[in-house]
Write a protein that binds this ligand. Structure first.
Ligand code: ADP
Ligand code: MG
Length: 695
């Protein structure tokens, strides 16, 4: 194996390559573009394109693509070759600045949530120079944003970049108040921990539910699940280890800082975490990671399942979004720091996040809303659907002492004076242990744990950046207008704690008591996607996103529609798959088994042998098969119900949740009982024990 340091990012047209290949003038113009968020100078684009082409062709590349992130949740690419005919019937390899800067894919086949009806079908992609071009499968990929011709965003990247600009602006205002004149930019950083399952490809391909839905729609409990806790951090099986080695290698070539790999709680479940990076890079890299995990798995005869809940009865998969804010000089604003001034600044940023989370619980819940994640949230394995924050006992006690003006502890006799006193040191480790909290402060960052494993991290970070920007803006307004900064700061922090402390909960988020307590506190409890999505387009939310230039009202309505449509389509595909599997596979398997029993009964009767065992078994299987068939018919009726064709997508989505998903659950219940009764030789597809323990 070659030295990683030598091949790391070898397929990335990064800063080092640009420095080497571009003239000083062109290079510094690109740098300006990147660091100041400025548009690329068109005269420079030709030079950059020429260098990119030369670099790519030297690596065997023949095509380029604008690589973008439409609302489908996966990335999109359309390959164009570099070839252009010359006068002699041959070709030359061509790539011009205008092709680098802008592409014009037909937008009509991407979800637009109604934006398309009022605007042209054409869309355009535009290079995002803050994210480096890279080579994937012999194609030069240029990370781009994707918009309609009217300029409305049709992707996840555009609003993410806008939200980063919003928080940059507001956080910088706050920093200036603390006398920081050095920082010229604030970035948000994210480290997404990616969970996934690996299953054997041959077994996978025998299950239509895995093929079409990415999750099992049937499957009785295996005798063993995760109860022995023997998988978490356990030694890697050779096939899994080989996969992980390969995936690291592939990701490193693409400049992805893959760092940690381990077994997760459920059997066949694993995790990959990169070292954190700027939010837009982290978003691109996480999309790449998911794509490459699937590709590399196939090479090993495996399938990588990214669904939030591929199997009942064992843990589902999430994606922890570790989030922090830092200056362009690398100072983490969520790090308490050493001096009283740093501590005061930390407390202000901390309380800003507290207020933002409390005021925008709905947005965080919406940012993880998806048919798949609904099966995971609140399942005693993942955070509940109620948003709350964990700060750890020390930090909570410090905030209480600030609020009440009473001494913090014996070691700190005086009540804390913000901006004058040092914060008492609180140990970082103890803050990280509550795994049941959706939003935990972990020493110098927040870990948001509601996100599902298949989701793009863009939406969550758009919400987070914008809502924190909004609060920081409010704080800056108040403090800028104050005569005495320290006095105003004290009052603001104290007031914010008092008004928003209800969101802080350090107890067990999985418990029933918390549900009741959260209700008493007036926190939102939005169990399903259908419950939370309507809150996306409240006047308040539309106005906040508008205020910060992140979404126009049209864009928000379009996203709301897209999310509802996606939910409906997911449920419909699952329902159709379930009906087909029942009718074409499960019922016939049960019938075969019943035939065998019937023949056995006839044979035994003929020679006068006791048939009680067979008839009892036959009776049970027969009754359960009838029950399964009844539920299947009910499910089919639901799919045919006229409500499904209603133009009111919220009504359809509610029908999907209330009728279709419950019919599916009832059908499953009968099928799973049958699985445990019917001879294994007749069961039509691999069972949980084979899928989970076969690697
Ligand atoms: P664990 O949560 O498994 O104990 P860590 O908390 O150390 O592990 O790291 C989890 C993820 O958080 C990693 O991707 C890591 O790079 C990221 N991370 C660490 N520090 C920060 C930070 N300041 N901002 C954002 N992400 C961070
Ligand atoms: Mg973590």
């Amino acid at each position: 194996m070659p030295n990683v340091a030598e091949y790391f990012a070898e397929n990335v047209f990064n800063d080092a390559v640009m420095k080497q290949m571009l003239s000083d003038e062109v290079y510094s113009s690109v740098q300006q573009t990147i660091s100041n968020n400025q548009p690329l100078d068109p005269t420079v684009a030709d030079a950059v394109a020429a260098a990119m082409k030369e670099w790519a062709i030297a690596r065997g590349v023949t095509h380029y693509t604008h690589w973008f992130q439409p609302m489908t949740g996966v990335t999109a690419e359309k390959h164009d070759s570099f070839i252009s005919p010359d006068k002699n019937g041959g070709v030359i390899m061509e790539f011009r600045g205008k092709e680098l800067i802008k592409g014009e894919p037909d937008a009509s086949s991407f979800p637009s949530g109604g934006l398309r009806a009022t605007f042209e079908a054409r869309g355009y992609t535009a290079w995002d120079p803050t994210s480096f071009a890279f080579i994937k499968d012999n194609v030069l990929c240029i990370p781009t944003v994707f918009c309609s011709y009217g300029g409305q965003s049709l992707d996840k990247k555009t609003p993410l970049l806008r939200s980063m600009r919003a928080i940059d602006k507001q956080a910088l205002r706050v920093l200036r108040l603390f006398g920081n004149t050095r920082a010229t930019g604030i970035v948000t950083n994210v480290g997404p921990e990616q969970e996934y399952f690996l299953v054997d490809k041959q077994l996978h391909d025998k299950r239509r539910d895995l093929i079409f839905c990415g999750r099992t729609l049937f499957g009785a409990r295996p005798p063993k699940g995760q109860e022995l806790d023997d998988h978490y951090f356990g030694a890697l099986k050779p096939r899994v280890a080989a996969f992980m080695t390969d995936i690291d290698h592939e990701l490193w070539k693409l400049g992805v800082l893959a760092k940690t790999e381990h077994n997760e709680v459920a059997p066949a479940q694993h995790e990959l975490a990169p070292i954190f990076s700027t939010t837009n890079i982290a978003t691109d890299h996480n999309q790449l990671t998911m794509e490459i995990m699937k590709k590399v798995a196939a090479r090993h005869g495996l399938v990588c399942l990214l669904h939030e809940k591929p199997f009942e009865n064992v843990n589902g998969s999430g994606k922890h979004n570790n989030w922090s804010l830092s200056t362009n000089y690398g100072k983490n604003l969520l790090d308490p720091g050493d001096s009283p001034a740093e501590n005061a600044q930390f407390l202000l940023f901390l309380t800003a996040v507290i207020k933002a989370v409390d005021e925008h619980q709905d947005l965080l819940r919406i940012s993880v809303a998806d048919a798949g994640n609904d099966h995971r949230l609140g399942g005693n394995e993942a955070p509940p659907a109620i948003v709350s924050m964990f700060l750890g006992s020390e930090l909570t006690a410090i905030l209480e002492s600030i609020e009440s003006g009473t001494p913090y502890s014996e070691c700190h006799i005086e009540p804390l004076k913000i901006g004058v006193d040092n914060l008492p040191v609180f140990p970082r480790d103890t803050t990280d242990r509550n795994r049941t909290s959706p939003f935990a402060f972990t020493g110098n960052k927040f870990e948001f744990r509601m996100l599902g494993s298949s989701a793009s991290i863009a939406c969550t970070n758009i919400m987070l950046n914008t809502m924190v920007a909004d609060v920081l803006g409010e704080f800056a307004d108040e403090l800028e207008a104050a005569d005495d900064f320290n006095e105003a700061l004290n009052a603001l922090i104290k007031r914010t704690i008092t008004e928003h402390k209800r969101i802080i909960f350090n107890g067990d988020g999985y418990s029933d008591e918390w549900q009741a307590e959260a209700e008493r506190r007036g926190l939102l409890n939005l169990p399903s996607t259908v419950d939370c999505l309507p809150l996306y387009i409240t006047e308040e939310n539309i106005s906040m996103f508008g205020r910060h230039g992140v979404f126009t009202p049209d864009e928000m309505h379009s996203r709301y529609e897209i999310l509802l449509e996606k939910y409906i389509k997911n449920v419909k595909i699952e329902a159709l798959t379930a009906v087909d599997m029942i009718n074409q596979e499960i019922v016939p398997a049960c019938q075969k088994f019943m035939l065998q029993l019937t023949q056995l009964i006839a044979g035994k009767q003929a020679i006068g042998v006791d048939i009680s065992l067979e008839s009892e078994r036959l009776n049970t299987v027969s009754k359960l098969t009838v029950e399964l068939d009844t539920q299947c018919k009910r499910l089919s009726d639901c799919i045919e119900n006229p409500v499904i064709d209603s133009r009111d997508s919220l009504e359809v989505a509610k029908f999907c949740r209330n009728e279709i998903l419950t019919a599916m659950a009832d059908a499953r219940s009968a099928a799973d009982k049958l699985e445990l009764m019917v001879s294994k030789e007749f069961w039509p597809f691999p069972t949980y024990d084979e899928l989970l323990f076969n690697i």
